[in-house]
Design a protein around this ligand. Structure first.
Ligand SMILES: O=C(O)CCC(=O)C(=O)O
Ligand SMILES: [Fe+2]
Length: 424
């Protein structure tokens, strides 16, 4: 990131004064299509899509050199089952049954990739049908479970990714996924975990995306306040069931071809259909641009838990602590872990700023990507969100006595770093 982009970004967030961009943003007619890799710099992407939280599609030229596009695909553009079997056949993968609705998702089982590929081949032979239903391999953590070298290279636009940076330091998990499935497999209506961004590349095949800007989902709630499982279901036209549906604008539709890369902004609800036999790679990611959205989401998650067990509030000692425990098991994160996440990212950015002279050389050499200006921007975003957090009564109830660094001390360090980086 260059200095001008950082100033632009900091002005953008100062203008919001701690609020998220308000209300429903209107649905764009179409998503921008970026044809040539050298026509869009990191700063262009940052200012044009990440900050305004707008989707875009990158052409297949951006992923031309990826090993997966060479090895995982046959010359006719179909999944290369032989290669995948030989390389990954023994690995155990998660598989969802698209034909069975369980709440707003699908039941999942685990099986060796070998068995999933046998199923897939049979499914094709039987004209895309099977007594086992329509099975979709989803959320396979290939990078966590094996070396994914030669599979793909992280595009620079998506390199400020604190979620994966944080989980990599803990060495237990990641938010890097492989999806594969026959034509007809699909992902039900959802917004991504923690209000993260996602990017998704088709290694082969085609997808149809239906995207709704943040806030539009309110018009898609049913008479009980629940979001739909399938936004294409005719039941949405029943005004008794979906009383606000007529206020909902049609979604932004994207047809994503082989090799193309879709950027999904934070908090945009979406539903995704594989139009052909498709393999895709995606990451979920959070950074300074959607950190406040993540914090707001965590507060909503806690509120939902509190509502669920409110009747025990007066009789249960440690009720607030129990809410945090339940939140961690339902949402994968609670306030303590979110604080730890902010602390780890802060420490890494303070290191970058301490080494800024070397980093500045690096930045100018590569011409893009994170460096001291990005670190300074990150620090300013964490400072803003941590200030909100330390003022939050539920966070104030978290027992921080065993924390290696008290939140007030971290906030002071951040504020000092923000002041020192003004002249950077
Ligand atoms: O490709 C799919 O089925 C779902 C992908 C998705 O939801 C995402 O990348 O956020
Ligand atoms: Fe998603």
């Amino acid at each position: 990131m260059d200095r001008a982009t950082r100033e632009f970004a900091e002005r953008h967030f100062r203008g919001l004064q701690g609020r998220l961009p308000s209300g429903v943003c209107s649905t764009p007619e179409r998503a921008d299509f970026i044809e040539k890799p050298d026509s869009l710099s990191y700063a262009d992407f940052f200012k044009g899509y990440l900050l305004p939280n707008l989707p875009c599609v990158f052409s297949s030229a951006f992923t031309e050199g990826w090993g997966s596009r060479r090895h995982w695909v046959t010359p006719s553009g179909k999944p290369n089952f032989d290669f995948l079997l030989q390389k990954y056949g023994d690995m155990v993968v998660p598989v969802a049954n698209c034909g069975v609705q369980e709440y707003n998702s699908n039941p999942k089982e685990h099986m060796p990739l070998r068995d999933y590929i046998s199923y897939w081949k049979e499914y094709i032979q039987e004209n895309y049908s099977s007594p086992r239903g329509c099975l979709y391999l989803k959320d396979w953590h290939l990078c966590r479970d094996s070396s994914a070298e030669d599979v793909y290279t992280l595009p620079v636009y998506f390199s400020s990714d604190w979620l994966n940076e944080y989980w990599d330091t803990l060495n237990v998990d990641d938010y890097r996924f492989i999806y594969m499935g026959p034509a007809g497999t699909w992902s039900p209506f959802h917004a991504d975990i923690f209000r993260s961004f996602s990017w998704s590349v088709n290694i082969c095949g085609r997808k149809k995306w239906l995207l709704f800007p943040p806030g539009q989902e309110e018009a898609l709630r049913d008479c009980h306040g629940s979001l739909p499982y399938d936004v294409t279901s005719p039941s949405l036209l029943d005004t008794r069931l979906y009383p606000m549906h007529m206020c909902c604008k049609p979604p932004l539709e994207i047809i994503q071809e082989a090799g193309e890369m879709v950027f999904v902004p934070s908090g945009w609800h979406h539903q995704v259909h594989n139009l052909e036999d498709t393999i895709s790679i995606n990451h979920n990611w959070v950074n300074g641009c959607n950190l406040a959205a993540m914090w707001r989401f965590l507060q909503q998650e806690l509120r939902a838990v509190q509502q669920e067990i409110h009747e025990w509030r007066d009789t249960m000692p440690d009720w607030h602590h129990h809410c945090q425990v339940i939140m961690k098991s339902c949402s994968g994160i609670n306030y303590e872990e979110f604080y730890h996440f902010l602390k780890i990212i802060t420490e890494r950015r303070l290191l970058t700023l301490a080494e800024k002279v070397d980093m500045r050389k690096m930045e100018s050499a590569s011409g893009a990507g994170p460096g001291p200006q990005q670190a300074a921007f990150d620090i300013s975003r964490i400072a803003e969100v941590l200030a909100l957090m330390t003022a939050n009564p539920d966070f104030q109830r978290v027992d921080t006595s065993a924390f290696s660094l008290q939140p007030s001390d971290l906030l002071r360090q951040l504020e000092e770093a923000v002041s020192a980086s003004v002249s950077l």
